[in-house]
Write a protein that binds this ligand. Structure first.
Ligand code: ATR
Length: 280
């Protein structure tokens, strides 16, 4: 029986065990997925443990996503571009870091919002770790333009410079909401919130939702609560919206495929999550 898991601090809130165990079972794979609470100062020791115990693979969550990078044997290009690892695969004793968060966002935009990023003009809110992975993935998926709206413009500039080499065909810029006219908003296709604003009822300053065209779509990476003030305002205006639950599911499906070499069984992770949430 293979052992998989997730390392985080705290890790109790993680929904990954629910999703991955359901998928292993549905796929008939003899494996278990367990949460490992790893304190920041024990990360290196935990990795030694993963090697010694021949754990087959694991997810990485807060606060380890960046700190783990120099401790791994190899990084794939998406992890390097995102500056973060959320999936590790044990390849014959070599620990290889991947990032499926960005590709999970893209997959969720396609599947849950009917909005593949290719050719779109996008406003990305945020310049932290989550935003950086999103920006790299949106560029890689062929977005036409990404304008980054962030409380601190300098952080947005830095983030764009960091992923600069990735953005061959995408025009990335910092959005100054005071300097753009209404026609900027009238030509946007998609807004993506990559901050945690909205988890506790916060609004996002600087977004002119009312100026967006009727076909514009709004995605919020936050999934708890399921409807943030951003999504409620967009929906009230008749815009198509989706929350980050689909991204959580998609990153998990992509991790499963990396670990097992087979695609995750269709809908199993999403259904496991909704059953779990009904129960709790
Ligand atoms: P994560 O890893 O979730 O991306 P992070 O790296 O701490 O978290 O990034 C948080 C993001 O949310 C940043 O873009 C931050 O803006 P700043 O660069 O100005 O700090 C944004 N953010 C956090 N709290 C905020 C607030 N109260 N108002 C506006 N933006 C906020």
């Amino acid at each position: 029986s293979a052992v998989y898991g997730i390392i985080g601090w705290p890790v109790r809130h993680s929904l990954s065990p629910v999703m991955q165990n359901a998928a292993f079972q549905a796929a008939g794979i003899d494996a278990v997925f367990v949460p490992f609470a790893v304190a920041p100062e024990r990360l290196a020791a935990a990795l030694e443990g993963m090697r010694a115990l021949q754990v087959a693979g694991f997810n990485v969550t807060i606060p380890h996503k960046t700190a783990i990078m120099p401790l791994l044997d190899e990084l794939d290009p998406a992890a390097r571009a995102a500056g973060a690892v959320n999936v590790v695969k044990n390849q014959n004793g070599r620990l290889v870091g991947f990032n499926t968060d960005g590709a999970g966002l893209v997959r969720s935009l396609e599947r849950d919002l009917g909005c593949p990023p290719a050719g779109r003009r996008i406003v990305l809110v945020g310049a932290g770790g989550a935003a950086r992975g999103a920006l790299a993935a949106l560029c890689r998926a062929g977005a036409a333009e990404v304008s980054v709206l962030n409380r601190t413009a300098a952080a947005a500039r830095e983030m764009i410079a960091l992923i600069g080499s990735e953005s061959v065909a995408t025009a990335c810029s910092v959005l100054d909401p005071d300097a753009v006219a209404a026609d900027f908003w009238q030509t946007r296709d998609l807004i993506v919130n990559a901050t945690s604003l909205g988890m506790h009822g916060e609004e996002i300053a600087g977004l002119a939702l009312a100026c967006l065209p009727p076909a514009a779509r709004v995605y919020d990476m936050v999934y708890s609560p399921p409807e943030t003030p951003l999504l409620a305002a967009a929906a009230a205006q008749g815009l198509a919206t989706a929350n980050g639950l689909g991204m959580l599911v998609a990153q998990g499906e992509l991790a499963f495929a990396l670990w097992t070499g087979t695609p995750a069984p269709e809908n199993v992770m999403r259904d496991a999550l909704s059953r779990y949430r009904d129960r709790t």
